[in-house]
Design a protein. Structure first.
Length: 321
């Protein structure tokens, strides 16, 4: 799969289309809220718990923890679009208003969720904000928290706890599924440890900090200036100096691998990919939302590490998964 070239606006200006959609839907969502289930509603009615996750990677984890007792909707789930420019619509607002449990990333990545929730307030609705769960400040520079190996175990535990509170009769199932999920991450953690040991301090170049947490866990050295990564992430033009520094990573063969955001490319990132290929530097694509179909969170993370390992050890590119 490949992403069409996209130009991203700054984070402060994205998703402004939500305001009008929410305003138009306020009356509808208020009505929907009045019929929402309480924390123990699922147990008393026998119905599945309605869960909404802002990103499909979180939706996948909810599905694994909740199993047959949850109905999960992932809002951002198209790997061929730019999540940073996502705009909610009335359908999304109605979906969120009906949720009993919400999982969202935070750190400014999915601000549309908070605005939608405010328009359909519900005292019984539970919200897992991963930023708050991890105790991260608003100033956290990299919002791509799901690439950090310690994030999803914490999220899975919180999901199991909230589902158990909503449906106590299936608490044992939720806790068992959470334990199973944790165990299923062992191959990924082992792969990280093995690659870290076999390629200590491997130098890489990036377009933006999508997989920086994973690169940190691998002990890789990201040579791309942070200002360059932040500018590309926020849809602004990097300085000429930073562009020159980035290009030198390829022409001077300083970087062993080029890691780029597969979901967002523009003329600059395309030129860098060409430059990397001209200098025989393998290219690895990383994703902001979980590739679909056919992937789980675990298989996605394993595939990314496998692609990085193959690039470092064998010089093989994997621009897409």
């Amino acid at each position: 799969m490949s992403a069409a070239p996209a130009s991203r606006p700054a984070r402060s200006s994205i998703r402004t289309g939500l305001i009008a959609a929410v305003a138009a839907l306020t009356a509808v969502t208020a009505t929907a809220c009045s019929s929402s289930s309480s924390k123990t509603g699922a147990a008393s009615t026998g119905k599945t718990i309605q869960v909404v996750a802002a990103e499909n990677e979180y939706a996948d984890v909810v599905s694994q923890i909740g199993g047959q007792y949850v109905s999960v909707t992932g809002i951002m789930s198209n790997p061929n679009t730019d999540p940073h420019t996502f705009e909610a619509n009335p359908k999304v607002a109605h979906t969120v208003s009906s949720a009993q449990l919400i999982v969202q990333n935070g750190v400014g990545y999915d601000d549309f969720m908070g605005k939608t929730e405010q328009a359909s307030s519900n005292s019984h609705r539970q919200v897992i904000d991963v930023q708050k769960l991890l105790g991260l400040p608003d100033s956290t520079p990299n919002p791509h928290l799901w690439f950090k190996p310690t994030t999803m175990p914490a999220v899975a535990k919180a999901i199991a706890a909230d589902l158990s509170a909503m449906d106590p009769s299936h608490k044992a199932d939720f806790e068992a599924n959470a334990a199973k999920f944790d165990n299923s991450l062992q191959p990924w953690n082992q792969a990280i440890s093995q690659l870290k040991a076999s390629a200590p301090g491997a130098a890489v170049a990036t377009t933006e900090p999508v997989a920086d947490y994973l690169l940190d866990a691998l002990g890789f050295k990201n040579l791309t200036p942070w200002a360059f990564q932040a500018d590309v992430m926020n849809g602004t033009d990097p300085s000429p100096q930073d562009v020159a520094t980035e290009k030198a990573l390829f022409t001077q063969h300083k970087a062993k691998v080029f890691v780029y955001n597969q979901q967002v490319t523009d003329s600059l990132t395309q030129s860098l990919m060409t430059l990397a290929k001209q200098n025989n530097i393998p290219v690895v694509g990383v994703y902001e939302t979980m590739p679909t179909p056919g992937y789980t969170y675990q298989s996605w993370m394993n595939a990314e590490v496998s692609a990085l390992r193959n690039a470092v050890a064998n010089g093989k590119s994997a621009p897409t998964l």
